[in-house]
Ligand binder design. Structure first.
Ligand code: NAP
Length: 313
């Protein structure tokens, strides 16, 4: 999707891991920026981004990267968003749109908002797209295709800025939805954060077993375990930050999950086959609805690398 005049004059990508590098590819492919400027915390990652040719310009200092950018996107762990906003805030251009890709939104709004000058449009965002890979080599242009991007503009945000950022995500291939940050965090707690926590837990439990050897766990993993290991291979820094940043909603969902698990345990103990059958029949229909909605993760039209599989965070 190319157009004569790019949507933005200069896009600054602060953080160039999986999400930042995928954005770089998508921006380039769609001709969405006159110039892509990249900044990241470490010299090594910046050098790698340059080797990969992800941007037009590279800045070790984020304040330098955001200068004169009309779109600034933070793709750093959510626990780092506040510190980065504090650093770049005074250097943001008049009328710039400042957004992020963080997987939690309440904490990002709380941490970033105090550092956003009044002349900047702050529109937090979250692409519901990802893989368990990290770093600048992991990105690809089609990551966002057919996936949702959620925007959580604080009350009073200029609608024109929200509209322009929506157009940007659509040009990257996403579908866009707007909601408030608290609601986002509750929804994501159940559809993303809890599944990852359960995966980390089950893989840890299997690894600690004494009666079943590690080699047996690996050998027979295709019977179900393997699917959890993909989620449990996700980036530890990112997921530590998500758990800390969305603590309340995650604890609420974990509470409900634990109650339901206890009921399931009881059904198994009492050999209540009807209860088990009813639950498994009901959950099967949820899977069917996901496929019907085109959100089934392995579908090739999501542009996933088939050997990687999908992971939407
Ligand atoms: P990633 O591949 O691990 O890349 C992280 C980037 O942030 C790197 O450029 C890294 O810099 C930088 N960074 C790490 N710690 C930092 C700190 N303390 N201060 C400043 N910069 C720091 O991560 P990602 O998967 O792209 O995730 C980026 C954001 O997108 C996160 O907020 C995550 O919640 C969100 N997200 C992720 C996914 C997913 O599936 N991975 C999906 C949707 C949203 P150096 O390498 O230079 O140290």
């Amino acid at each position: 999707m190319t157009s004569e005049k790019p949507m933005f004059e200069r896009v600054a990508l602060v953080g160039i891991g999986l999400i930042g590098s995928s954005l770089a590819h998508a921006v380039r492919r769609g001709n969405l920026a006159g110039e892509i400027v990249i900044s990241t915390r470490s010299a090594e990652t910046l050098a790698r981004a340059e080797e990969l040719g992800l941007g037009d310009r590279y800045a070790a200092d984020a304040t330098e990267a955001v200068k004169d950018a009309d779109l600034v996107i933070l793709s750093v762990p959510v626990g780092a968003c506040g510190a980065v906003a504090k650093q770049i805030g005074p250097h943001l251009r008049d009328g710039a749109i400042l957004t992020d890709a963080g997987s939690t939104k309440g904490s990002v709004m709380r941490d970033m908002a105090p550092h956003v000058p009044p002349h900047v449009h702050f529109v937090p965002g979250h692409p519901i797209a990802g893989t368990e890979q990290s770093g600048p080599d992991a990105g690809f242009a089609s990551l966002f295709e057919g996936r949702w991007a959620i925007l959580t503009p604080p009350p009073g945000t200029d609608p024109a800025a929200v509209e322009k950022l929506s157009r940007f995500w659509k040009a990257c291939g996403s579908k866009v939805e707007t909601m408030d940050a608290d609601h986002h965090d509750r929804v994501l707690a159940i559809v993303s954060h809890l599944p990852h926590i359960i995966a980390y837990n089950i893989v840890g439990t299997a690894d600690d077993l004494e009666s079943v050897s590690k080699s047996e766990v690996i050998k027979y993993s295709a019977s179900g375990f393997r699917d959890f290991t993909r989620l449990a291979a996700s980036d530890p820094t990112m997921w530590r930050d998500v758990c800390l940043a969305n603590r309340e909603a995650i604890l609420e969902m974990l509470g409900r999950f634990t109650e339901d698990l206890a009921a399931l345990q009881k059904a198994i103990r009492w050999s209540d086959g009807d209860a088990l059958f009813d639950l498994f029949t009901h959950t099967r229909s949820v899977r069917r609805s996901i496929i019907e909605a085109g959100q089934e993760i392995d579908a090739p039209d999501f542009g996933r690398h088939t050997e990687i599989g999908g992971d939407d965070n």
